[in-house]
Design a protein around this ligand. Structure first.
Ligand SMILES: Cc1ncc(COP(=O)(O)O)c(C=O)c1O
Length: 423
């Protein structure tokens, strides 16, 4: 188990462009009020290696870290490929996704600072479940704004959060002035991550001793998620006695990308090796419902719609873009983060947009071959990896392909069924 997170900001091909922060109060002032201070500092740590606090490490061990790196031999056989396909199995975590890694860290820092409530947004509900569980680990309350169309599609995630005592509200929400404004203009607004972030920050501003925390998109979350790449590196080197025999290799690293945290967590620890000449390809799989990295514009924009977050240079669908209510809620962002966008803009990161049906068909194939059911978000990475494998086979190559299985699909069976039953 890694005992330090890896700060990879110095390994980026150039410095991150400064955010634009013109509001009054500024986004920096708002962040300073709503976010725990330690997390703000972790947006730009002084060291390359950041020690993981002992209570966080203890919870990481209890939830089953390190998660397995699983060779999908039966899938390889079905595909008839010479490539070696590995799944990094975050789907086995208790909340069913990798989001728990940063939720535990953020809840810990909020509790140490004396905050009593965690407030956040959630799309599909995986992040919300992780916030609810992490809050209970450290004796905190949790209040979650969930994108309305996802709340309708995925009621079970709400039940899980509520079992842990969390309050769950649909976004756009009539608890905030922002949400009421959206609902006045469009009462049937399906909600988006942009509306939910706005609701959550405005709500936190009005509540003493609450902390607003993010599930993705910001550097401190990427820092915590570097556990993923660090574990994969160690596992490929056989350090856990599994002797996978792939020392130093990881030819293709593939992850889905919404806010970019599972992707950056996987590739972040590999950036310096690639910059040093290692033959590595990083691939982001996004949704055709919000194809920012493949069809967006590189421009300033922000993650929320109310203007509480700074404008960062990133690939964007535009602030007015309302993504269609696809089942893959975790990939419905309208603006890509500064880090992911810089990697894309510098040619370090490749990207493909995958259509939902194609993704879920890949997910079905994994279930039928390996008996593993991954989240709709993760199926986008899987479908992209299957294309990589086909291309490699056509060229007579036998690469190692690591796919991040970012979450479990057990609470998404209805989505699988609705999409795959369509003619
Ligand atoms: C299972 C799962 N995978 C991937 C994502 C995408 O998030 P990110 O791009 O931050 O990794 C989400 C977001 O909700 C998710 O729940």
């Amino acid at each position: 188990m890694p005992e330090q997170w890896r700060n990879f900001l110095d390994d980026l091909p150039r410095e991150l462009p400064r955010p634009r922060d013109l509001g009054s109060p500024s986004a920096a002032e708002i962040s300073a009020k709503v976010r725990p201070k330690a997390l703000m500092e972790q947006d730009n740590p002084a060291e390359r290696w950041v020690p993981i606090p002992q209570p966080v490490l203890e919870w990481y061990r209890r939830i089953g870290r390190p998660t397995p790196l699983y060779r999908a031999r039966l899938l390889e056989k079905r595909l008839g490929t010479g490539a070696r396909v590995y799944l990094k199995r975050e789907d086995v975590l208790p909340t069913g996704s990798f989001k728990l890694n940063t939720a535990i860290a953020q809840a810990y820092y909020a509790a140490v600072e004396g905050r009593t409530t965690l407030v956040s947004e959630t799309g599909a509900g995986q992040w919300g479940m992780s916030v609810a569980l992490a809050a209970s680990m450290f004796g905190l309350d949790a209040e979650i704004f969930m994108v309305k169309c996802s709340l309708d599609q995925k009621p079970y995630r709400r039940h899980y959060m509520e079992l842990l005592g969390a309050q769950v509200r649909p976004s756009p929400s009539d608890f905030t002035a922002f949400g009421r404004g959206v609902l006045d203009r469009r009462p049937d607004h399906p909600g988006s991550l942009g509306t939910a972030i706005s609701d959550a920050i405005e709500y936190t501003l009005g509540k003493d001793s609450a902390a607003y925390i993010s599930g993705s998109g910001v550097p401190h979350v990427y820092l915590h998620q570097t556990l993923l790449g660090l574990e994969v590196q160690a596992q490929l080197e056989g350090l856990y006695g599994e002797a996978v025999g792939e020392a130093g290799r990881g030819d293709h690293l593939v992850a889905c990308s919404g806010g970019g945290s599972n992707l950056c967590g996987l590739i972040g620890p590999y950036l310096s090796a690639r910059a040093g000449g290692a033959d590595l390809r990083f691939l982001a799989a996004e949704s055709t419902a919000a194809p920012r990295l493949t069809a967006g514009r590189y421009t300033y924009g922000r993650a929320d719609l109310a203007g509480y977050t700074p404008q960062v240079l990133g690939y964007s669908m535009g602030a007015d873009f309302v993504p269609p209510p696809v089942h893959t809620a975790g990939l419905r962002n309208h603006h890509s983060s500064a880090v992911v966008s810089l990697l894309r803009n510098e040619g370090v990161l490749d990207a493909v947009a995958i259509e939902e049906r194609k993704a879920l068909e890949a997910g079905r194939l994994l279930l039928q071959t390996e008996g593993i059911l991954v989240a709709p978000e993760s199926t986008h990475a899987l479908a992209a990896a299957i294309d990589v494998v086909a291309e490699a086979d056509a060229q007579g190559l036998e690469p190692v392909v690591v796919v991040l299985a970012s979450g479990s699909g057990h609470l998404d069976l209805q989505s699988y069924s609705e999409v795959l039953r369509r003619p």
